[in-house]
Design a protein around this ligand. Structure first.
Ligand code: PQQ
Length: 678
């Protein structure tokens, strides 16, 4: 059939029955939902590409996403039509038979507002339902598009009426005809919530808040009244929102009629600032089961009670059926930021087991009731201490997969040590020099990197046996922040890496079977599907996400690209641009007396994206230590309503004076001069 006809029919057939039938079939020919199926397994039953012939994989085509920031989307593919997103929430529909664009949709997010999210202007993908494509735009809009044309059908502002710096980066899901979407913002001071909209009309059906609001006002429901008992009101947590943002992970069990929400960290980070007398602070750092029809709370299991370390539980949740002690059990598998692998009974939320999958220094384990046994020093934030895992997590959003044939979960594990200490003078929404990112609204209540961390960062692909709660095999990488995983009935695991490769492993043994260069670092997860009897593997590539802003492990960057591989493919790789890191900036005139003030201003305004000049390498945002002198000399023209605002640079007009900018210049040139090899 013609591409246009295929395009019109492809997404029209997708609904709950379609997603379930695709998963139930012997082969999963399509990839109709973010995690492939409602269980978010990322296990494809396709085996045409397998451990025997994977060495013959070659590039079938590549597609330029015209994106220079992080690309985190899993492509959805139905009947050979691909729907994928790039940075700034731009949607592309591609004919996988040719690799040609069918349409693209740019929601025109105001780029000067990129700073309203913590972690790069990313988007993890779309949802499909009955002829519509749903995307959550970075600025908080949920948009329904006609799948055949890319034209907007409806649009809702999901953050209307809420105060705070909300963004959307996650992929929507559609459960029972309702589009489910959360949001991000817990690093800035927001109150997290999940909303369901009618897929046809966009009418709001329900909203569930993750944490309680001001207890002087009526609670929205019983779950909030109960949660409020676990917060100390003397901390006025509602001013900074409390956090708990559900910014990534959802799953759905149609038989149990339960949907699962992975919830985020506390806002602010420091427990004793938020809730001075302690308390678990429900429902932070939890897996929460809701009734998808009503949004009513059913049960929760809290993985990090009284979060103090940015330990989100938003990481991918997988619904699996395993045999434990001779009994078939319906479980939920979860490896959140806090470094423990959890097996939870998904029928009732009862804790089954937890075991750390990397070294951690905040808890020794979990007791039989599912409470962590904490190491006391982990909450003593009066002096600087390494947090392991740090706020980047032992596992971040990079999706994990689970292969029922091997019984193993494949998870991109890591540690990026960060040194934390309480910010004693922290007050909500108060900007002060030296407070990380405070000028742009960060409200962490923590001094970050009070001292350089002692341990080294690492990245590792971990194949985890959830029944034995131990690693079956693992592969070490040169860098943290590697891509999500895909596993298949062909006994394969695919993963992209931070150092710019797509690799296939033997799912049972971990033996490397194939790899190909991707030009730049990969963070997203691959997908696989059948078109006209042939199996393809696709991955969207574009270095970025929070770690990728200022760090990298390749020499080349962007553009964001979709690669599609097939046995016998012979297409040519596109060209990538060399990162610039040849010469340290030289010759900018500055007053050495201003370096100290410049350091404090740089820390609160610039460091999070641009890194330390000449020390960090620069990620998808340039490191200012390697710019031409002319750029630094004219810094005011970029900082105040400059041309870079169209690429995501905030406007610092009214926030930084001319004298402040002179101090920042002094810091940049002073640092470059100080580290220049003699
Ligand atoms: N997003 C990324 C990314 O896309 O690389 C990494 C992170 C986020 C984090 O490590 C976060 O802690 C995080 N937190 C929130 C939040 O607290 O609301 C939101 C997001 C996001 O929306 O991307 C991230």
């Amino acid at each position: 059939s013609s591409p246009a006809a295929a395009q019109a029919s492809a997404a029209r057939q997708v609904n709950g029955d379609f997603i379930r039938a695709n998963a139930a079939e012997k082969k999963t020919p399509d990839w109709p939902s973010y995690g492939l199926d409602y269980a978010e397994s990322r296990f494809s039953k396709l085996d045409q590409v397998n451990a025997g012939n994977v060495k013959q994989l070659g590039l079938a085509w590549s597609y330029n996403l015209e994106s220079t920031r992080g690309v985190e989307a899993t492509p959805l593919v139905v009947d050979g039509i691909m729907y994928v997103t790039a940075s700034w929430s731009v949607v592309h529909a591609i004919d996988t038979r040719t690799g040609q664009k069918l349409w693209s949709f740019d929601p025109q997010v105001d780029k000067s507002k990129g700073f309203r999210g913590c972690c790069d202007v990313v988007n993890r993908g779309v949802a499909l339902h009955e002829g519509k494509v749903y995307v959550g735009a970075y600025d908080g809009r949920l948009i329904a598009l006609d799948a055949a044309t890319g034209q907007k059908v409806w649009e809702k502002n999901t953050i209307e009426g809420q105060k705070g710096s909300y963004t959307i980066t996650g992929a929507p899901r559609v459960f029972k005809g309702k589009v489910i979407i959360g949001n991000g913002g817990a690093e800035y001071g927001v109150r997290g919530y999940v909303t369901a909209y009618d897929a046809k009309t966009g009418e709001q059906k329900w909203r569930w808040f993750v944490v309680p609001g001001d207890p002087a006002k009526p609670f929205e429901d019983e779950s909030m009244a109960r949660a409020a008992k676990t917060w100390d009101p003397s901390g006025k947590y509602w001013e900074a929102g409390g956090g708990g943002t559900a910014w990534d992970s959802f799953a759905f069990d149609p038989e149990l009629n339960l949907m699962y929400v992975g919830t985020g960290n506390g806002s602010p980070w420091a427990h004793r600032k938020r809730s001075p007398k302690g308390g678990d602070n429900l429902y932070l750092g939890s897996v929460v089961a809701l009734n998808p029809d009503t949004g009513k709370y059913v049960w929760h299991y809290q993985e990090t009670p009284g979060d103090n370390w940015d330990y989100t539980s938003t990481q991918s949740m997988i619904l699996a059926n395993v045999t434990l002690g001779g009994k078939a059990r319906k479980v939920l598998l979860h490896a959140p930021k806090n470094g423990f692998f959890f097996v939870i009974d998904r029928t009732n939320g009862k804790f089954i087991s937890a075991k750390n999958f990397v070294d951690v220094n905040w808890a020794t384990g979990y007791d039989k009731n599912g409470r962590p046994v904490e190491i006391a020093a982990a909450r003593q934030n009066d002096k600087p201490g390494d947090s392991i895992p740090g706020p980047f997590g032992a596992h971040n959003w990079h999706p994990m997969s689970f292969n029922p044939q091997t019984g193993l979960a494949y998870l991109p594990a890591q540690n990026i040590p960060v040194n934390l200490m309480d910010d004693k003078d922290w007050k909500f929404d108060q900007n002060a020099p030296g407070r990380p990112h405070a000028a742009l609204g960060w409200n962490t209540a923590m001094a970050i990197n009070a001292e350089p961390p002692k341990s080294k960062p690492f990245g590792r692909l971990v194949a985890w046996d959830p029944v034995a709660q131990k690693e079956a095999w693992g592969v070490d990488y040169v860098s943290p922040w590697n891509g999500g995983t895909l596993t298949t009935a062909g006994n394969l695991v695919f993963q992209g890496t931070a150092d710019g490769r797509l690799v296939a492993y033997n799912a049972k043994t971990g033996e490397k079977l194939w790899e190909t260069a991707t030009g730049t670092g990969v963070v997203a997860a691959p997908a696989t599907y059948m078109v006209d009897g042939k199996q393809y593997v696709s991955v969207a590539v574009g270095w970025g996400g929070v770690y990728g802003l200022a760090q990298r492990a390749t020499e080349r960057q962007g553009p964001g690209t979709v690669y599609t591989f097939a046995v016998g493919g012979t297409a040519k790789m596109p060209d990538f641009v060399q990162y610039r890191m040849d010469k340290l900036v030289q010759g900018v005139k500055y007053d050495p007396a201003k370096v100290q003030a410049g350091t404090m201003l740089y820390v609160s305004n610039c460091v999070f994206c641009h890194g330390v000049p000449g020390v960090d390498r620069g990620g998808n945002i340039p490191n200012l230590g390697y710019m031409d002198a002319a750029y630094i000399e004219n810094l005011d023209k970029f900082i105040l309503k400059g041309p870079a605002m169209a690429r995501g640079m905030p406007d610092f007009t009214g926030k930084l004076s001319g004298d402040d900018i002179e101090s920042i210049k002094a810091f940049i040139q002073g640092t470059a001069d100080a580290i220049r090899p003699k």
